[in-house]
Design a binder for this molecule. Structure first.
Ligand code: GDP
Length: 424
């Protein structure tokens, strides 16, 4: 028995969803432990193509229990929309398949609105929020101004709690932003609609996880975004509002005593980033456009074109360190097949020096990439399934990254489909 975490090493969108989808075969439980509906995993399987935002990626496997832990921003409205969207393609999310921690805070209807109001106030200094209410949600969570999912099971007390929060939040909405306040009628409609629907999924996920553990079931922790977006260790202030690191998984799942045995860090064969913030190895113009097209690099949640560039060894090495990765999945190697020479950002130039350590966030703006080139392989590799069948130049590229980041690359992904993977 072992517990696994699948985490992003970089800025997110590394292809974690496809790795979770693959590895759930050996796991009886899949847990989301942080974040909310502000990013997306794209999964292609026998049911079709899905962009999951809140639902754990194990939802497609029969017999797998999927958990939204207490660290997750549970947005009842978005969750119901997602449950309906997968049902349309024949995947039915029954209460034995999905469990929501009773200790998870609920994203309240005003969080999304506050996100939009604050981004509008910031105007050209925006952080690039997806406006899903995540930053206002986590601010309120730590200010203890949210309600817990479990409170839905105690309606009389919940209404009083919500009415207190409403009074407080309306001060911010009306007096700070000059917006319209909320009413209890609106909250009642929210409670009677999506909140009523999610009730059957709510339970003590800690108890459930301890039982599963005692039965020898493997548990998979599924992270959202990547190391560089972690609230404590990322590129502050261009981070998300939660901890994206594997170390947070036990806290955010409901069972803080669980151990994570294997941490699989997902790294894309090149760099991509959505939203604002320093992105040292960024490409612009025609070469960026070509890579973006080749990799289909448009946001799963927003459809925004992603910023792209060569693999950033400096940032990736840092990401591996803070995640404590024990194994790496390198994804989208097939996308680089069109390149004659493969660029890598091996170091940064900073303050007149060449550095290989990831700088303090405030200095990142001054960092410049040092680019080296490796031989391309110039052939389609999407059908390759064995390490020894990869062209030598492709193997050299993988081995070079492995050596530079100091962690074994155990998986190489060469296409989005479930079986397009080389296990080393
Ligand atoms: P996640 O949030 O980390 O799961 O990443 P996304 O789902 O946003 O982005 C990964 C995208 O790349 C999805 O569209 C996947 O289907 C696709 N993908 C994943 N692995 C590969 C791969 O090895 N090759 C190709 N061509 N596409 C891949």
């Amino acid at each position: 028995m072992a517990n696994y975490a699948i985490v992003g090493i970089n800025w997110g969108d590394e292809g974690k969803g496809r790795m979770v989808d693959l590895l759930t075969e050996n796991c009886g439980v899949v847990v989301r432990y942080q974040g909310g509906g502000n990013a997306g995993h794209t999964i292609i399987n026998e049911y079709g193509k899905f962009a999951l935002h809140l639902l754990p990626s194990g939802i497609f496997r029969d017999g797998v229990v999927n958990i939204l832990g207490n660290g997750v921003a549970v947005d009842p409205e978005n969750l119901c929309a997602e449950i309906d969207a997968v049902a349309e393609k024949g995947v039915f999310v029954t209460p034995d398949k999905l469990k929501i921690s009773d200790r998870a805070s609920l994203l309240l209807p005003w969080h999304r609105e506050l996100d939009g109001l604050e981004e509008a106030r910031l105007a050209d200094k925006q952080f690039g929020s997806t406006k899903q209410g995540i930053a206002p949600f986590y601010s309120d969570k730590y200010a203890k101004k949210t309600v817990l999912a479990g409170e839905l099971l105690h309606p009389e007390r919940l209404r009083e709690h919500l009415s207190d929060l409403l009074e407080w939040k309306n001060l911010t909405l009306t007096r700070v932003y000059g917006a319209e306040g909320y009413t209890m009628e609106k909250l009642d409609a929210w409670l009677a609609g999506c909140c009523e629907r999610i009730k059957p999924y709510i339970c003590d996920t800690g108890l459930l996880l301890r039982e599963k553990q005692a039965d020898g079931v493997n548990i998979l922790f599924e992270a959202q975004l990547g190391s560089l977006r972690d609230i404590d260790y990322g590129i502050h202030p261009y981070t998300t509002s939660s901890n994206t690191l594997a170390a947070y998984a036990p806290i955010g799942c409901g069972c803080p005593s669980l151990k994570v045995d294997e941490i699989i860090g997902v790294v894309k064969a090149y760099s991509t980033c959505v939203g604002e913030g320093p992105f040292t190895a960024e490409w612009f113009g025609e070469e960026a456009e070509r890579l973006r097209e080749a990799g289909g690099e448009y946001g799963a949640k927003t459809g925004r074109p992603r910023r792209v560039g060569p693999i950033d060894i400096v940032a990736t090495r840092y990401g591996v360190e803070v995640q404590g990765a024990t194994n790496i999945a390198l994804t989208k190697l097939d996308v680089l097949s069109y390149m004659e020479k493969i660029p890598v950002c091996s170091h940064y130039k900073l303050g007149g020096e060449t550095v290989d350590r990831f700088p303090f966030p405030a200095l990142l703006d001054e960092a410049e990439p040092v680019i080296e080139y490796m031989d391309g392989w110039g052939e389609d590799i999407s059908g390759v399934r064995r390490w020894e069948d990869l062209p030598e130049a492709a193997r050299n590229y993988v081995l070079y990254i492995e050596e530079q980041i100091g962690c074994r690359i155990g998986y190489v992904s060469v296409g989005p489909e479930r079986d397009s993977i080389i296990v080393r």
